[in-house]
Ligand binder design. Structure first.
Ligand code: CO
Length: 215
């Protein structure tokens, strides 16, 4: 018996259900995708991007990695960004963090796990850049929640600084970059108040969002 028997059966049931409500659904999607959103989120199994915003296949382009980090030299993330912006012409990029992120927690506590420590070094940079804000938290739980949110703000900034986004804005393409955070305890998303549509508004919105988190 194949260990994936159950998954394959669930897949057949899902495909049949989709086709029963919309007989041409898969044939239409096979010809092209036309998503309006790019989602950059954490790989955590409890944060299923498309599902938690109620979107269907074809409606959201997705990139996920541990702790939703956007690194200026990460070819994987940059390629996704470039394709989504220049070819698919998405209108919105969502950077979504989540409370209770294991990657952020490991970065906060200097945990030694292995190879991934090098990746999480980027989250430690976020931690170090906002050391004063984090030191003002009275509990460890509060500090972790704050770092999860701060990490989103910094990654939104990184997205805005990529050539893919800079070039899009320069050619007049309508594109907004947002920062959201998801609570795995209640399934709800919150907007962190950064919605950037051009370079001049980036720094002002970044500092305003930071100030809100610091309250
Ligand atoms: Co996570």
């Amino acid at each position: 018996m194949n260990d994936l028997t159950q998954l394959l059966a669930k897949n057949r049931a899902w495909a049949a259900e989709m086709t029963s409500t919309d007989p041409d659904f898969f044939q239409r999607l096979a010809h092209q995708q036309n998503p309006e959103y790019l989602w950059i989120g954490c790989s955590d199994s409890r944060v299923p991007a498309t599902q938690l915003v109620g979107l269907l296949p074809g409606e959201m382009f997705v990139h996920r990695n541990v702790a939703n980090v956007v690194v200026h030299t990460d070819l994987n993330c940059l390629s996704v960004l470039h394709y989504a912006v220049a070819v698919l012409r998405v209108r919105h990029i969502i950077v979504c963090g989540h409370y209770g992120c294991g990657g952020v927690q490991a970065a906060l506590q200097n945990d030694r796990v292995g190879l991934i420590d090098n990746w999480l070094r980027h989250v430690q940079d976020v931690r170090n850049d906002h050391a004063t804000l984090l030191a003002a938290c009275s509990t460890t739980a509060e500090r972790l929640r704050l770092l999860c949110a701060l990490n989103v703000l910094d990654q939104v900034k990184h997205v805005c600084e990529t050539t893919a986004v800079q070039d899009a804005w320069e050619r007049g393409q309508i594109l907004t970059v947002h920062g959201l955070i998801y609570d795995i305890a209640d399934g709800l998303l919150s907007d962190l108040g950064m919605s950037i549509s051009n370079t001049p508004s980036l720094h002002e919105q970044y500092f305003q969002a930071l100030a809100r988190l610091g309250k």
